[in-house]
Design a protein around this ligand. Structure first.
Ligand code: FAD
Length: 553
């Protein structure tokens, strides 16, 4: 049986130490080992011992004012030795400024002002949140689902991503490294073509399952339950999820169709730092987990692993066609399909997709890069965030940037952190020209356009962030789009030189497309801001407009 993860409490005052430990044990004792220490030095010794024994430390809660090491010094050392451990500072009002500074300096997760009585109101909600996030990042501890495959296989990566993005805990067994993996393959009499194998709790063994087979085996919803909905939302990124929460909470019968897993691009972000109300930032996975719970609580249906491939207008009904031959009918539709990453053009890259070459994703791969050299292509905020996340795990991060500076495309706060990081190297005026590797990425050739020199970088990891294109091909000519494929809405429709785009005497509502009752929100919409907050805002606003539209039919 797996050992319980540890919660470590640090306070030099014996009475306070006893009280914290008592409160933590009362609430978390059945799932966590609560260890109490009375100095920073002692806490680091305990951490070192647990790390040596490969035992996870989920949370360290430390007092700030202690003789010897201060709380922030202790937590900084914990961050260095155990990057995923959640850090909580217990502090007095006078130290608030120090605590806020520590959010930037050491990635402090939360600070709590003492005293925390009653713990039910002031301590447990904070710790529940931190431990919930930690568990989300370590789903494999109690996992019953097992994935057996090759580390560098496309299908294995796709399967692991699907499980991770759907928050299904799983245990990963690498054919090349795990004895158990080889035993399971033998037991299932599986051949190389059958990999990855997915073993689900009821005993079924799936061989190279498609995403829909996997979703069905795991009991995820893959079909709509009703004949007709008030609103069908296509895409479960921040815009779609926000719309689902508002629509369902306001009594509209709502179904959300997602081709992969909820979260969208934001779900792949390791840390969204500019979303209102989260001073430390929050990971895309945490935001998604919370949003999905909220939408489900209000009764929104979520159909997963289903690709929307077509759209039709049937009088007052809008029909959304799904891959596999089924469809969903609704009185209104919200298109929230976002954008997908552009492919980097360089010789040899296509053959290495998911075998060391990844587009726009770092959160789930980052932990695998421990001690290795990583290359990132791109110079916008998403590339900057990825670099700062990967540097916590990798030995070195090299950013390959086509332009002559970072400042043109990246927020100042990210540029300054990248410049201050001792293991991030920025190569300006540079491009990846080719990639090589036997089975997975091994070498990249990078050309400096100013000097003309070509350099070989040895790496197994390339992450690409070079802009994006809207996912709207499935709409074909049914809904007006601009020449890049972004959906034209509201006033832009009327401003278009093609005056025949809008069919009704009334003006279109703000987020309404050229088809009345079909709305667009988030990154997929022409002229949108391409941020989580704006996608969420548009998703919420679209529901108000859906109400107004439904009142007209
Ligand atoms: C790595 C990274 C970091 C980022 N960091 C930040 C940040 O810190 N702050 C910030 O404000 N913004 C950030 N962004 C941008 C932000 O994530 C996006 O602006 C936001 O996610 C847009 O939300 P959306 O709902 O419009 O679309 P998306 O998030 O793109 O979601 C669209 C969803 O639709 C689904 N879909 C697409 N086509 C179909 C189809 N045919 N059928 C069914 N489903 C479909 C997709 O699978 C996806 O889940 C980041 C983006 C990335 C990639």
């Amino acid at each position: 049986m797996a050992t319980k993860p540890t919660i470590l409490a640090v306070d030099d005052d014996p009475a306070v130490s006893k009280a914290v430990t008592r409160d933590l044990r009362t609430r978390y004792g059945s799932d966590y080992r609560v260890v109490s220490t009375t100095s920073g030095e002692q806490a680091i010794e305990v951490l070192e011992e647990l790390t040596l024994r490969d035992q996870p430390v989920a949370l360290v809660a430390s007092d700030q004012r202690m003789p010897g090491m201060t709380g922030i010094e202790v937590l900084a050392e914990v961050r260095r030795r155990s990057p995923d451990t959640k850090l909580l500072l217990l502090t007095a009002y006078a130290d608030t400024d120090v605590a806020i500074k520590a959010i930037n300096d050491i990635g402090l997760d939360y600070y709590l002002l003492k005293p925390w009585d009653p713990p039910e109101d002031r301590l447990y909600p904070v710790i529940d949140d931190l431990l919930g996030d930690w568990q989300g990042q370590h789903p494999d501890r109690s996992a019953e689902v097992r994935v057996v495959g090759h580390r560098w296989s496309d299908r294995t990566v796709e399967t692991k991503d699907f499980l991770a993005h759907n928050h299904v805990p799983y245990r990963w067994l690498d054919v090349e490294r795990d004895q158990e993996a080889r035993q399971l393959i033998e037991l299932a009499k599986a051949t190389a073509q059958d990999l990855p194998l997915v073993l689900v709790p009821d005993g079924a063994t799936l061989r190279t399952p498609s995403m829909i087979e996997l979703a069905e085996a795991l009991g995820l919803q893959t079909r709509a339950e009703q004949q007709l909905y008030d609103l069908c939302i296509v895409g479960a990124g921040p815009a779609g999820l926000a719309a689902a929460v508002y629509a369902a909470s306001e009594g509209l019968s709502t179904v959300l169709v997602e081709r992969e897993a909820p979260g969208g691009q934001a779900g792949t972000s390791a840390s969204i730092e500019n979303y209102l109300g989260f001073p430390k930032g929050l990971s895309g996975a945490d935001l998604t987990r919370r949003a999905v719970a909220q939408a489900s609580r209000f009764g929104a249906e979520m159909v997963l692993a289903r690709d929307v491939i077509g759209f039709e207008t049937r009088g007052p009904v809008r029909a959304v066609q799904l891959g596999g031959g089924t469809e969903v009918e609704a009185r209104s539709v919200l298109i929230a399909t976002g954008v997908s990453y552009r492919k980097l053009e360089a010789a040899g890259l296509d053959e290495l997709g998911s075998r060391g070459v990844y587009y726009g994703a770092t959160a789930s791969e980052a932990v695998q890069c421990v001690g290795e050299d990583v290359v990132i292509v791109g110079a916008a905020n998403s590339a900057g965030q990825a670099a700062l996340n990967l540097r916590k795990y990798a030995r070195k991060v090299v950013m390959v940037v086509r332009g002559s500076n970072l400042e043109d495309g990246m927020s100042e706060y990210l540029v300054s952190r990248i410049q201050a990081a001792d293991n991030i190297e920025v190569r300006l005026n540079s491009q990846v020209t080719s990639a090589h590797g036997d089975g997975h990425l091994e070498v990249l050739e990078v050309c400096n356009s100013t000097t003309g020199t070509v350099e070989e970088l040895r790496t197994s990891w390339l992450f690409v962030f070079i802009g994006a294109a809207p996912r709207t091909d499935w709409l074909d000519k049914a809904v007006a789009r601009d020449d890049k494929g972004f959906i034209v809405t509201g006033r832009e429709l009327m401003a278009s030189s093609d005056s025949g785009l809008w069919p009704l005497p009334r003006a279109p509502f703000a987020l309404e497309s050229s088809v009345p009752g079909v709305f667009a929100a988030g990154d997929v919409r022409l002229d949108s801001m391409k941020r989580v907050a704006s996608a969420v805002g548009e998703g919420a606003m679209s529901v108000y407009l859906v109400h107004r539209y439904l009142a007209t039919i």
